[in-house]
Ligand binder design. Sequence first.
Ligand code: ADP
Length: 349
Amino acid sequence: MNNNVTPYKLTLYISVGVALLSVALHLIHSYFSNDQYDWIFLSLLFGILFLVTYSMTRYFLERYIYNRIKPIYKIIRKGTVNKEKISGEAFSTDVIKSLNSEVSKWRDETTKEIDSLKSLEEYRKSYVGNISHELKTPLFSIQGYIHTLLEGVEDTKIQRKFLLRAAANTDRLLNIVKDLEVITRIEEGSVFLEKENFSIVKMTKEIFQDLDLKAKEQNISLKLGEGSSQNFFVHADRESVQRIMSNLITNSIKYCKVDGSTVVSFYSMDKDVLIEIADNGIGIEEKHLKHIFDRFYRTDQSRNRNIGGSGLGLSIVKHLIEAHKKTITVKSELEKGTTFGFTLDKAKK
Ligand code: ADP
């Protein structure tokens, strides 16, 4: 069947062909037997033969095509096959051509579905692997300290030191589990934002106070930069923003260089406020930048620093910012420093 011939056209050609052939045979017969042509009879013969051939060919062709393509449609149209519709469609269109395009569309969709299932499975495997890896490190430390203490340590100072280390690792374990819970709740969509108006500058000052001791230990200065005199009010979920800001400022202290500084600036952008947290710390290599918001992702420098991160902080930050329908950006240069920037809605006056 060539590209333009539909079963409908084929039926028409056959019916006209059969009717014409019969009329021609009748004419030849009349010619040789010297009979008179009866035009009314010939017209009737043509009409009746045309109708009978058309109906019969159509009936058998429709049945034949329907039985052949039904199993394919059952698969690609996921079980919903309407006999009248399919027979009608198959009869009046170039069925092979439309079946071909429908099958290739179905194949593309199915390939996509399989690919996404495969990557979900990969993701699940690496997620479970990452969790057990992150939990194993502090658990091994706790186990080591407890067993050493059980074997008997005379010196009370060392006993206390080991207990303090075990306690610190327990805290770390708990923090990882809490972070995982937060991520799961955000992904499940069960975190509800309670938006309110508050001063982002005032919140930053409070976080500076909370982190003052940590910053002093590293000789880092925490500073308010541009826009801090304007006392910007934002409309957002206070608890989430508190978490975002604490996380970003804590990171700037964790990944600092001695005597470094962290500057938080605020910029007015039409309906938004842009908040930038800039440090002059160790920076992040270009190749790591697109991954740092992934769960459990940590750069080699931060692993080497052995500061006990889990690589979940920035993932939570990104999730919370996206829950506010905003985005976070990062600029960084190795050994020069890093700047994170994100926007929040300005409070409506
Ligand atoms: P972590 O618990 O390791 O700090 P995060 O998700 O907060 O996890 O950060 C992911 C990684 O991004 C860190 O391990 C670190 O390598 C890098 N990073 C984050 N913030 C900074 C920063 N201010 N300076 C340099 N590197 C950073």
